[in-house]
Design a protein around this ligand. Structure first.
Ligand code: SF4
Length: 290
């Protein structure tokens, strides 16, 4: 059976991730004698983390006790407290928070300062959300994180008694999640200040993936299962067409029957998936069917 295989245009590293990976590598070249530490995984990909490690760029989960090093904040951002701790530790700070994530933090701060009850749409345990919340908490304690309407119901009375509700969104959320939360908020609040902070890279990637899903029998989503944006992509596509979420080409064999049965296949990937992994998936599928 001849197959049509389409590779999404908006797949793989977004500009925030590209900027983070390029900058840490450049930092090491410019500072060969210094230890470079990244606080938390720079991206959710073990091959890239291992490559960085071999270059002397270490992933750490606590601020190291080392006065001759550089500590990098990844694209997800960090709380003001963590930033302060790095500054006082003696380490040099390099903040690679994605500019789009910085904008969410600034909008959250502004809404908190203006006295809104702040709703952050996202998962409470997501590092980007933790940092957005911590930034806003400097100005208000009326902040709630929700990724589902059922969670918001717990603070229904508190929201009702507040004059205004402010809403910001974690940058890689699905628009459907934001929509359902807004629908609920409009039933309990008279004044809602929404800043749709889903980033442009995410919107374009999700929009293109939806189109590909409508045109293909099968979509393969490539990227870490730990990556929120990749998982959101797979969730969106599953509602439209047959979808497989794999971390690398090694998993393709598990789906060989589904792949063989599909005539039109599209491949997309999350913002933290390196191009070489996408290429390997594409080559393997194409190679197997020429
Ligand atoms: S997904 Fe969007 S917000 Fe997140 S790093 Fe990429 S460009 Fe920045």
């Amino acid at each position: 059976m001849s197959k049509r295989i389409t590779l999404a245009k908006f797949s793989g590293f977004c500009y925030g991730v590209k900027r983070a990976v390029t900058t840490v590598k450049k930092l090491k070249v410019e500072n060969p004698d210094k230890n470079i530490y990244v606080l938390g995984e720079l991206i959710h990909n073990s091959e890239v983390i291992n490559e960085l490690d071999s270059l002397g760029i270490k992933t750490v989960y606590e601020i190291p006790k080392d006065k001759n090093g550089i500590c990098v904040i990844r694209s997800h951002g960090a709380s003001p407290e963590v930033i302060e701790q790095i500054k006082t530790s003696g380490l040099e700070l390099v903040d690679l928070t994605c500019p789009d994530v910085k904008k969410v933090q600034q909008h959250a701060i502004k809404l908190a300062q203006e006295g809104d009850f702040l709703v952050i749409v996202g998962k409470a345990e997501h590092p980007e959300v933790i940092a957005i919340k911590a930034n806003a908490e400097q100005y208000s304690d009326k902040i709630f994180v929700a990724s589902e309407v059922s969670q918001l119901e717990k603070v229904k009375e508190a929201i009702k008694s507040h004059k205004k509700v402010g809403v910001v969104v974690q940058t890689t959320q699905r628009i459907e999640t934001l929509q359902s939360i807004l629908d609920y908020l409009t039933t309990i609040s008279k004044e809602i200040h929404l800043v749709n902070t889903i980033c442009q890279s995410t919107s374009m990637r999700q929009e293109e993936a939806r189109e590909l899903a409508r045109e293909n029998d099968l979509v393969i989503v490539v990227g870490s299962k730990k990556s929120a944006n990749t998982s959101h992509l797979a969730e969106i596509l599953k509602d439209i067409t047959q979808t497989i979420h794999i971390e690398s080409d090694n998993e393709l064999d598990d789906y060989i029957n589904t792949i063989n049965k599909s005539e039109n296949i599209a491949i997309t990937a999350g913002a933290s998936t390196p191009q070489f992994i996408i290429d390997r998936v594409y080559t393997k599928i194409k190679g197997g069917h020429e």
